[in-house]
Ligand binder design. Structure first.
Ligand code: SF4
Ligand code: SF3
Length: 541
């Protein structure tokens, strides 16, 4: 197998025998074959649009499909085998519609004509032949194509989350399909691929805008909210992942049953939404970031639901209590369909729950764009009076590598006259630190999930407008931690907006070749994180 799509890839170059994430070689082949099949489907989707036919089921299927291959989403071979077969069914259906509309259907690309094998073993060997790996005639073109593909996985995740909340835009689907089909082309130059990657960043901004609209029109704008880190006596359900609709559904279905609902990982910021915090049994937050689940889940005395990434192999001690839903999957783990969470609720009621109240303090969430910009006047005055010297946006994914202590150390060492904005699960490196306030504004502001990167961008743009300068001229430094492919999409968005001087860590993507890195450094002054002390010294002078 070969896979190098995430930050924890083996030896910093690629997982070749078993994924560090737990992805087995056969699953890796099936995921690559699924991407190949989706590329074939995309060829017809692109042609379909040209002749005026777009299939809504295909549009969503492609986004859900590539989201399924994002790191730590779905580890279930059987589901991928079924998805590959369904892709070809949809392709043939679309092909007939395109033909009827007068479009071209005699494409010669292998992906457009591929037939899935009958057995699992044969499917795996088909997948091995279309493995996503570096090399090819031009290693830099391949590197950029993979950057684009991994960015598309992030776009697809945002588009899918947005669609769940009723927001979609044909332009997002059209680009995802054009780009997926485009990656098959052999005539693309480095410049073509850079242009496609930048367009991917722009489209990702649109997908994130749709998601922001979905979240805020459905649940209201997040408001500052104190979230207990302890427990309340009673039965309990823990919800992890990123899906707000699943969380809401659990809250509705578990109401009045003596169950308290807790968040884990990226679900923490959901406590700030008026439409979710109104439920009296939506209690608090348990645990930290995804990579600690094997340590933390055995300590949770109730049912656990994974709504999206990041799922790790369920350990025996909680394998009977954990459920998946939506696109997430692990073979043998009970998968909830059609949003009927009665099995999760029954499990929670059968388990002991918390036997006493415990107080472990609290954290503040709810500093999305609406809240932060409502105090913009105060913030601007504080910058002008030099009460605020600098803003640090320290955000992104968390992971297990020891090098990620950089982010904890950095935040600890940021001087008291600087603000720290954060988002995504990287915040768990410092989320419970008491950093105080500047003139009544908390120094540590949690903007939300990785899904709320749009909010962070809007805050930066609004500040730049207020100071009548560009984002690059603000007293703002962006320090990203990346792990999976949503972070790739966000990075492409920032670059496509012309944001420079981003520090990226804890290591650079394995899929970026030295030449591509040179382009990024030359055009965007992107740099790897070094040490907390050295980076602070360079930034603050
Ligand atoms: Fe390795 Fe990451 Fe791929 Fe998993 S997703 S196989 S850890 S590179
Ligand atoms: Fe985290 Fe998986 Fe990316 Fe949503 S939960 S930021 S890594």
């Amino acid at each position: 197998m070969f896979c190098y799509q995430c930050e924890q890839t083996a030896k910093g170059t690629g997982c070749t025998t078993l994924g560090v994430c737990g992805k087995q070689a056969d699953l890796s082949a099936l995921q690559d074959l699924f991407i190949f099949a989706l590329q074939g489907l995309s060829i017809f989707a692109v042609e379909g649009r040209r002749v005026g036919c777009s299939d809504p089921e295909v549009n969503l299927f492609i986004c859900e499909g590539i989201f399924s291959t994002l790191t730590n989403v779905n580890f279930d071979n059987e589901r991928f085998a079924a998805l590959i077969r369904r892709t070809v069914e949809l392709r043939e259906r679309l092909k007939a519609a395109v033909k009827a509309a007068g479009g071209k259907v005699d494409f010669t690309e292998d992906a457009a004509n591929f037939t899935p094998a009958d057995t699992m073993a044969a499917l795996v060997s088909q997948g091995e032949k279309v493995e996503i790996k570096p090399g090819g005639d031009n290693v830099d073109v391949t590197s950029l194509k993979h950057t684009l593909l991994f960015g598309l996985k992030g776009v697809a995740a945002y588009a899918d989350h947005a669609k769940i909340l009723g927001q979609e835009d044909e332009a997002v689907y059209a680009f995802v399909q054009e780009a997926l089909a485009g990656i098959l082309r052999t005539d693309l130059t480095v410049d073509d691929c850079v242009a496609l990657a930048m367009k991917c960043g722009q489209i990702n901004l649109r997908a994130m805008e749709l998601l922001d609209a979905g979240n805020t029109t459905t649940y209201g704008h997040p408001v500052p909210t104190s979230v207990p880190l302890g427990a309340k006596k009673g039965k309990a359900i823990l919800v992890s992942g990123h899906d707000l609709k699943d969380l809401e559904t659990i809250l509705v279905q578990s109401a009045g049953k003596g169950i308290n609902v807790y968040t884990h990982g990226e679900m923490l910021p959901t406590h700030g939404y008026p439409g979710l915090k109104k439920y009296p049994h939506f209690y608090g937050h348990f645990g930290t970031a995804w990579q600690n689940q094997a340590k933390e889940f055995p300590l949770f005395p109730g049912a656990i639901l994974m709504t999206t990434n990041c799922l790790q192999k369920p350990q025996a001690s909680y394998a009977d209590n954990i459920f998946t839903t939506g696109l997430v999957g692990w073979p043998g783990t009970t998968h909830v369909v059609n949003k009927d969470f009665s099995a999760v609720i029954a499990k929670a009621l059968a388990m002991p729950g918390f036997t006493e109240d415990t107080d472990k303090g609290s954290v503040l969430v709810g500093f999305g764009r609406n809240t932060v910009l409502s105090v913009a006047d105060k913030v601007i005055a504080a910058v002008k009076s030099k009460a605020i010297r600098h803003f640090f946006l320290v955000g992104g994914c968390d992971g297990a590598k020891p090098g990620r202590n950089y982010y904890t150390e950095l935040v600890e060492k940021i001087p008291a006259d600087c603000m720290v904005l954060t988002l995504a699960c990287g915040k768990f490196r410092f989320f419970d630190q008491q950093l105080g306030d500047i003139g009544g504004i908390p120094r540590l502001l949690d903007i939300g999930q990785c899904n709320d990167a749009y909010s962070a961008i809007q805050i930066a743009v609004a500040l730049a407008n207020a100071f009548e300068c560009g984002v690059n001229d603000l007293p703002l430094s962006i320090i990203l931690s990346w792990y999976e492919q949503k972070a790739v999409a966000i990075l492409l968005t920032l670059l496509s907006l012309g944001v420079k001087d981003i520090r990226l860590g804890p290591s650079l993507p394995a899929f970026i070749t030295p030449n591509v890195l040179e382009v990024l450094v030359k055009n965007f002054d992107i740099k790897p994180t070094t040490t907390a002390d050295a980076d602070l010294k360079t930034i603050l002078g």
